[in-house]
Design a protein around this ligand. Structure first.
Ligand SMILES: CC(=O)[C@@H](O)[C@H](O)COP(=O)(O)O
Ligand SMILES: NCC(=O)COP(=O)(O)O
Length: 248
């Protein structure tokens, strides 16, 4: 199981002062040295943290596998086709949201999203879709040609912390089962099962134990811990928890 480290909030810290540090490229190198298998950045339409130049420099200056999170817009498709990340993940975006609030509604936008995936595919980019653990969205993801689904783990994470970090609480078990069932359905349709959002050092292990989960994408928790112990160590600690959970 791989760990993709989301470094958006390294850029958030830079943007607080609109300066040049901390540099997301340095963060990518540190994360890689800590054991990250890939780097994720979300180039938001409002450019609140990661900027176009960051994505370009990450691609040019590092060898780390890049997952570009993006809205399914013509502008973003153009950028992805120029940058050519290993993977592009389509996510819904709201201007007012603090972070991504839910999965992509593929069912409602099937034709347009199919076209976006075809264009990314022509550029050699594997497309992932960020979706809720919903059977209708999973079936639609397969129909539009997504190769990867990242299941939104926010509802599980919020249930976990709402229950006082009790993994046995009925609400937590129910959310975990929804993610597990989504994973089964994704794999049965021949897609890669990834998971992410709001995962942290307390709640990651039940998700990392799910059968067939291939990648976890984790950002805010790792960058937060890095403030105190450094990014390399924060990534290594997360990898250790994932390995332990997976029995390795
Ligand atoms: C799609 C997702 O769950 C996260 O990657 C999130 O969108 C990261 O971007 P922000 O940190 O700007 O919310
Ligand atoms: N796609 C999820 C991601 O990249 C990281 O989300 P978070 O850990 O910052 O909530």
């Amino acid at each position: 199981m791989e760990l993709g480290v989301n470094i958006d909030h390294v850029a958030t810290l830079r943007q607080v002062r609109r300066t040049w540090e901390p540099d997301p490229v340095w963060a990518a190198v540190e994360a890689h040295l800590g054991g990250a298998d890939g780097i994720t950045v979300h180039l938001r339409e409002d450019r609140r943290h990661i900027h176009d130049e960051d994505v370009r420099r990450l691609r040019e200056l590092t060898q780390v596998k890049l997952n570009l999170e993006m809205a399914a817009t013509a502008e973003m498709v153009g950028i992805a086709c120029r940058i050519k990340p290993e993977m592009a993940m389509l996510v819904p975006e709201g201007r007012q949201e603090v972070t991504t609030e839910g999965g992509l509604d593929i069912v409602a936008h099937e034709a347009a999203l199919k076209d976006v995936i075809a264009r990314l595919g022509e550029a050699g980019i594997v497309t992932s879709v960020f979706i809720d653990a919903d059977p209708a969205q999973i079936a639609a993801a397969a129909r539009i040609g997504a190769r990867v689904c990242e299941v939104h783990t926010g509802p599980y994470a919020h249930a976990f912390h709402g229950a006082g970090r009790d993994a046995e609480a009925p609400a937590v078990v129910a959310e975990l089962q929804r993610v597990a069932a989504a994973g089964e359905a994704i794999r049965a349709l021949g897609m890669r099962f990834n998971a992410g959002h709001a995962l942290n050092y307390y709640n990651v292990q039940p998700i990392a134990r799910l059968p067939g989960v291939r990648e976890l994408h984790i950002g805010h928790a790792i960058v937060s811990r890095a403030v105190f112990i450094g990014l390399r160590a924060a990534v290594a600690e997360m990898k250790r928890l994932m390995r332990e959970a997976a029995g390795g």
